[in-house]
Design a protein around this ligand. Sequence first.
Ligand code: TEU
Length: 529
Amino acid sequence: MDGDSQQDAPWWKRGVIYQVYPRSFQDSDGDGIGDLAGIEQRLDYIAALGVDAVWLSPVFPSPMADFGYDVADYCDIEPMFGSLADFDRLLDQVHARGLKLLLDFVPNHTSDQHPWFVESRSSRTNPKRDWYIWRGAAPGGGPPNNWISDFGGSAWTWDEATEQYYLRAFLPQQPDLNWRNPAVKAAMLGAMRFWLDRGVDGFRIDVLWHIVKAEGLPDNPINPRWKPGRNERDRVLQTHSTDRPEAHLISAEMRALADDYSRGTGRERALIGEIFLPYERLARWYGTPERPQVHLPFNFGLMEHRWDAAVLRKLIAEYEAALPPWGWPNWVVGSHDAPRIAARLGEAQARIAMMLLLTLRGTPTLYQGDELGIGEVDIPPARVQDPRELRQPGIGLGRDPSRTPMAWDDSVSAGFSAAEPWLPLHADWRTRNVAAQDHDAGSMLNLTRTLLSLRKSQAALEIGALRLLDAPPGVLAYERCIDGRALLVLLNLTPEAVTFSWEGTVLLSTLSGEAAPGMVRADEGLILE
Ligand code: TEU
């Protein structure tokens, strides 16, 4: 649990990443969908929040079957979002504010409208046939193996014209690329270069652990713990369809490419891998010092575990223990795929979650809107957009509630758009918006800003070592230290006060009023010096 003693730690270690979901940040042209010019208008807000880097969910040309995660051209901008010129201007403006910009690279699959796939499906002998994964029916008919799409149903789609199946781990409109084909790899690394040449600071890489499949495509083992009514994806274990050694080699090649751009420029380009795996397997995605892979394999542990002090203490300890000595940690509590943290935990504990995220050791990723404490959002059935919800309705897989527009003020459509937004706003947007929270010292927005500025002013929080401490049930306690200076973090994960005799000066409480000596108040988080 070492701290990073180097005071010149790179931005991706010291900084905080802010995820912008472009469809829902700011609409500038009145179509009800956010765009790049809109993001540019709101950059001062992002900079003033106190984050260091912006990760943009995909902005490439896309038929939007999966809202941008179905890319039809890796080297252009979706017209709905703007143009390459708009992008260049946005990047300049990001850099002008001392921020970094990460794009979302989607290497596992393309859109079925991508010219590569259009060619690939045109005939069995097309030169691009082998850019995707085509197989004949199983001997008795039906799909070639038992793999299941993450969105439910078989992972194979039958192509009538050429009488073969193609593999797609997500939607039928998202055919998986064949990364075993060197031409695919060359084209995709070329696309990364295209954006690095334009000056982006790195990528968040979508489903990185999916990109190579086991040779021979054997059936996946049945998951003995799966029960009907749960996510169909989990009916089998993704043993042969994910986390292959060959994918690690590609991840190392992507890193070498990013390092080529970093070398000698004093400007590090960073790679974040979206990877859902148990910690000991997640840790392998750091690679080795000689052959590094991604800078940050996303750590989704806080989203996947029960909100309980003992559970989280164990989780943090296991994560820290699993990290290789050269691996820098990171933490996530929200995304465009996961339920809103305030919906999951309620408003009071969402404040604790924010304090936890911004005081743990490692790079935090903060999801847009979580700084307002947006909670549950009711999406009327007629307005459901998410293909995951539409394919397996009613079992809690819908992602729309986390993708609703940012609320800026109490004007029409919360200042997000002149038109009706593509997804409804949260019900309490008239009071839960940036302008309203700006004026309220106790708001989630101001708590977030205070935490971010405290983090920036305290090297112990940015890069210090972490030591978990014993605490009474319900309280998660740890110390962050650097150069003999220590900060103590006490988080009461329960709605009852807990007796605890702490010492020190209170730097911050998540609650208003005086911190009470001898206890941590109900739902209170404290940072002490
Ligand atoms: O998500 C990948 C993904 O696998 C998630 O659906 C994940 O399984 C789930 O959240 C964990 O319970 C990425 C993108 O973030 C998502 O928006 C895309 O739909 C998906 O890839 C396909 O590109």
